[in-house]
Design a protein around this ligand. Structure first.
Ligand SMILES: [Zn+2]
Length: 307
């Protein structure tokens, strides 16, 4: 791609492969919080969610699950058509079809197993809305399912794909504090439900918990990179009273980075949990229940008459 910036620690290339679809799946997860917490526990993945200030945040972890669900669900279609121009007879068009996951690998230029949907018994059906959809026989759909579940899903290129998609989803939803808050409550359910005797098998996780207090993590100050991200996301303003804190950037304390889901409720030390607060609002927070996630600073003031 000409003139595309190189990926670096400061910049990344966002290629938007159904990022919004995957983000929408995070909304669905948040709406089904009990089921989601139960699923993670059933799959014995709860330890993955408990780290202090990981750069691969809670949102990255949920986005990987959401993207994997999407690819899995689409192993029986719809398949993605790609036009093949034939030389003989000149200009004749035919289509090859790919699984969504294979198509995504090609979209990002990740070298992975290229699997074409088998052509046996396929037919193109005109749907009600006038869109042509490829229908394949059960045996072809079974081959797609087997390729995904037995080969692709366990491959290194697929891991790379999920990493890239998780980054793109994170950058898209990090400003959505309402969603971050809801996802952090799912994590809090997982943390709260973890008994001391379950943790002893995993010393790395066990030492993050407060002694004698099941299901509560120790307080750890956010690292500088997380403080910087939260400060810029919240435009340097207290998310409650909107006070401009930008002049105080150098004198901020961890108290300015308030856990939306409190540690005392099972909240995580994760970059997606804090919001920026002034000292006064942080002190008064316990007596106020404000949903700060729905209020954003405009890029520029709108001229509409107030409603
Ligand atoms: Zn304030």
């Amino acid at each position: 791609m000409p003139h595309a910036p190189e990926a670096s620690p400061e910049w990344f290339v966002h290629r938007w492969y159904r990022t919004i679809d995957i983000a929408d799946r995070l909304e669905q997860m948040a709406a089904h919080d009990f089921e989601m917490a139960g699923r993670i526990t059933d799959e014995e993945r709860e330890f993955e969610f408990i780290e202090n200030w990981p750069k691969v945040t809670l949102v990255h972890k949920f986005a990987r699950i959401a993207a994997d669900d999407m690819f899995y669900n689409e192993t029986d279609g719809p398949y993605i058509p790609k036009v093949i121009l034939r030389q003989q007879p000149a200009g004749m068009i035919r289509y090859e079809h790919y699984l969504t996951a294979t198509h995504a690998l090609m979209h990002y230029g990740i070298d992975g197993p290229i699997f074409k949907v088998p052509r046996s018994d396929e037919e193109t059906v005109l749907e009600k809305d006038g869109v042509e959809v490829l229908r394949v026989s059960d045996s072809a759909a079974d081959a797609c399912y087997r390729h995904f579940t037995e080969e692709l899903r366990w491959s290194e290129p697929y891991e790379q794909l999920l990493d890239v998609l998780a980054d793109e989803v994170f950058h898209t939803v990090f400003r959505n504090r309402t969603l971050l808050y809801a996802l952090n409550w799912i994590a809090a359910m997982i943390v709260s439900g973890m008994e001391p005797d379950e943790r002893t098998a995993e010393p790395r996780v066990d030492k993050l918990f407060r002694k004698g207090s099941p299901g509560r993590l120790k307080r750890k100050s956010p690292p500088v990179w997380a403080q910087r991200a939260i400060f810029h996301r919240d435009a340097g303003r207290c998310t409650y009273c909107k006070k401009d804190l930008s002049g105080l950037h150098d004198s901020m304390t961890p108290a300015n980075f308030d856990h939306m889901v409190p540690l005392d409720a099972g909240g995580l030390n994760d970059a997606t949990n804090p919001q920026l607060l002034c000292q006064r609002c942080n002190l008064e927070k316990s007596s106020r229940q404000v949903n700060s996630g729905e209020v954003y600073l405009c890029w520029y003031p709108q001229d509409r008459d107030p409603q």
